[in-house]
Design a protein. Structure first.
Length: 375
């Protein structure tokens, strides 16, 4: 029993040190750049509502840019945008690739000769005013080829949504080494030269996941992928519990269908924690349970500091709902995380944006519109 307790203590200590590592590497001087020739690429559905909050936040950015909005067909809200420098691209409907990827490829075709930096964002984020400037800083200074932030879910006031937020927060606050970073398409940037080196249109063609395709291609080309740790970008989570679980499983299905090895490593790490908690609660006694809860509370305290340091106060309060799960039922967060990972590997079908896609090795080999879907 003593060796098992020692192993459990080591495992839990590593999880705390991992979160502490993230906090220690948060930049204190959040330097920005505002070069000319920045194009921001935004893909939206045709039933998009215009994103009033997003547009306000984009207008407040510290770096100038022109906005390229890619739609499938007629999007009245996009056409009605009064943004200072906006270009609308109608991509049409895809037949053998993800609809978002299809729109991204159309947006890339609309780039002009003066577009030297490319910034990719999602329509459901609440970006800080420093977003674009911070993403550009490592590029302008020659410190990276691809730069990325990461998603911070803001769950609505529903316990199950907060639980999914807690699962995602385990990923958001992992230590991020430049050599093992996978970009997130919701807040990502690269130079035009990097896009041309990767032949971005080619590597995206036929794919479903934009960021996984770009990340894997970047690794293959030995590019410098750099995380900006203070860019945990707020993203509201307001659906039902079942939809939230499906969302989380979809993220892992993207990983599984693109890189089974990456999925296997991630699942093994979480499975060790899940089995450890099963042992601690069932046979480890009070000491093992105390070790688990002590580590969980330590992670909560550090994550509170991380969140408070990177997002707005109102966003931090919403994100903190997920920390309640980690404080009260940390084993439940780990078990649900493992369930999400397993669910992600049970099928090659991914429902996303009004379509069902069947994917093999990252490529779409079949797609069908969901009933009453709009692209």
């Amino acid at each position: 029993m003593s060796w098992a307790l020692g192993l459990w203590l080591l495992l839990q200590g590593m999880t705390v040190l991992g979160v502490v590592n993230y906090l220690r590497h948060l930049p204190t001087e959040r330097q920005e750049e505002a070069p000319e020739g920045v194009a921001v690429l935004l893909c939206v559905r045709d039933d998009w509502d215009g994103g009033a909050d997003l547009m306000t936040r984009l207008a407040a950015q510290t770096a100038p840019f022109r906005l390229i909005v890619a739609t499938s067909g007629a999007c009245p809200a996009a056409e009605a945008l009064t943004f200072p420098d906006v270009h609308i691209v109608r991509a049409g409907v895809a037949h053998d690739e993800g609809q978002k990827v299809h729109k991204l490829r159309a947006a890339l075709g609309a780039l002009g000769p003066g577009d030297r930096y490319l910034v990719f964002i999602d329509a459901d984020i609440e970006p800080p005013a420093r977003l674009i400037g911070r993403l550009l800083f490592p590029l302008v200074r020659g410190k990276a080829d691809i730069v990325t932030g990461y998603r911070l879910l803001l769950p609505d006031a529903k316990p199950l949504l907060a639980l999914i937020g807690a699962v995602e927060m385990q990923l958001a606050t992992l230590p991020r080494a430049p050599g093992s970073t996978m970009p997130w398409g919701g807040a990502m940037a690269m130079t035009r030269a990097t896009a041309e080196r990767l032949d971005l249109d080619r590597i995206l063609a036929g794919r479903l996941s934009d960021d996984m395709s770009i990340g894997l291609a970047g690794w293959h080309e030995k590019l410098r992928l750099r995380p900006v740790r203070d860019l945990l970008v707020a993203s509201p989570l307001q659906e039902g519990g079942r939809a939230a679980f499906s969302f989380a499983a979809r993220q892992y299905r993207h990983i599984f269908t693109n890189s089974p090895a990456m999925w296997g490593i991630a699942t093994l790490v979480v499975a060790m924690q899940a089995v450890g908690w099963l042992w601690a609660l069932g046979w480890g006694g009070w000491s093992a349970t105390a070790v688990g809860y002590g580590a969980a509370w330590g992670r909560v305290l550090v994550r509170r500091r991380i969140i408070a340091g990177v997002v707005e106060p109102a966003q931090a309060r919403k994100a903190a709902r997920s920390l309640i799960w980690d404080a009260l039922l940390p084993f439940a967060v780990t078990w649900v995380h493992l369930a999400v990972q397993v669910a992600g590997a049970l099928s090659r079908r991914i429902r996303w944006g009004g379509y069902d896609y069947w994917v093999k090795r990252g490529r779409v080999f079949r797609m069908e519109a969901v009933d009453k879907a709009r692209p």
